[in-house]
Design a protein around this ligand. Structure first.
Ligand code: PPS
Length: 280
């Protein structure tokens, strides 16, 4: 099977020339930062809390991933996006400097979700084990080295979060954190509503909190990715909805790895005003 990264590279010109529309809503993340969680929240908001409407299809099919051509889909996702009616919700893992220029030009609203790098690393490692279109991660030690060096699909976590953090000063970007959503989902949903200039009743907001909680999404076949063919996502190796909890990295990092990671983090994030919580 061709790697997902290989296809993105091969078809890059078409992706970069994607034509955005002013009412497109973009959801941008580094992989494993809560993309599908925020997608479910945004879908619930756009559909006024109608759960049945949000169960119309699998999350991987409901909204396109700008730069991806999935092996089980006939068309690349950006072609699917072109055929969709507005307003469109489009996901991307691209770093800010690689975003198609039309997205900036049309001044699209962008929701960015960042997650602490230690949990991202562990989640990405397990995803490489279960997703057949990503290279075999061998073991956590090997994957740890690659992640720290940015030698994974979508590159350096550090550059990604910093690039989008800088971009928010000049573009319409709502920058959120996975750990904040976990700690107080209602509070963060209020921020999203304000950003989207939308009002919903407290009852509907509570409904969104419930429908998008980890346990409910894990049981929802339209959100938990179990409907994706098993030769693409092998859930017998690892669930897509795996732990959903800040701090799981503690079950994987050795003391030495953690110390080395913290040192590297200090260097790479020096001078940045960004702060992350590695537990809540
Ligand atoms: S992907 O494949 O890059 O698009 O993955 P992404 O959706 O960004 O991230 C997957 C991780 O998000 C967790 N997740 C959640 N956590 C808390 N609450 C909810 N509702 C939720 N939904 C998804 C999912 O479990 C993955 O994290 P890990 O740590 O592996 O459990």
């Amino acid at each position: 099977m061709k790697s997902l990264a290989g296809l993105t590279k091969e078809l890059w010109d078409q992706i970069y020339n994607f034509q955005a529309k002013p009412d497109d809503l973009i959801l941008a993340t580094y992989p494993k930062s809560g993309t599908h969680w925020m997608q479910e929240i945004l879908d619930m908001i756009q559909n006024d809390g109608d759960v049945e409407k949000c169960k119309r299809d699998h999350s991987l099919h409901r909204h396109p991933f700008l730069e991806l051509k999935f092996p089980h889909k006939e068309k690349p996702d950006w072609v699917i996006a072109l055929e969709m009616s507005s307003p469109r919700l489009i996901k991307t893992h691209l770093p800010s400097q690689m975003i198609p220029p039309s997205i900036w030009k049309e001044n699209c609203k962008i929701v960015y979700v960042a997650r602490n790098p230690k949990d991202c690393l562990v989640s990405y490692y397990h995803f490489h084990r279960m997703a057949s279109y990503l290279p075999d991660p061998q073991n956590l030690e090997e994957f740890y080295e690659k992640f720290v060096l940015g030698k994974v699909f979508y590159g350096s976590w550090f550059d990604h979060v910093k690039g989008w953090w800088a971009a928010k000063d000049t573009h319409r970007i709502l920058y959120l954190f996975y750990e904040d959503i976990k700690k107080n989902p209602k509070h963060e949903i209020h921020k999203v509503l304000k950003f989207l200039e939308k009002t919903l009743s407290e009852d509907l907001i509570n409904k969104i909190v419930h429908h998008t909680s980890f346990d409910v999404m894990k049981d929802n076949p339209m959100a938990n990715q179990t409907g994706i063919p098993s030769h693409i996502f092998n859930h017998s190796i690892s669930n897509f909805m795996r732990k959903g909890m800040p701090g799981d990295w503690k079950n994987y990092f050795t003391v030495a790895q953690n110390e080395e990671f913290d040192k590297d983090y200090q260097n790479k994030m020096a001078g940045s005003t960004l702060t992350f919580r590695t537990e809540i």
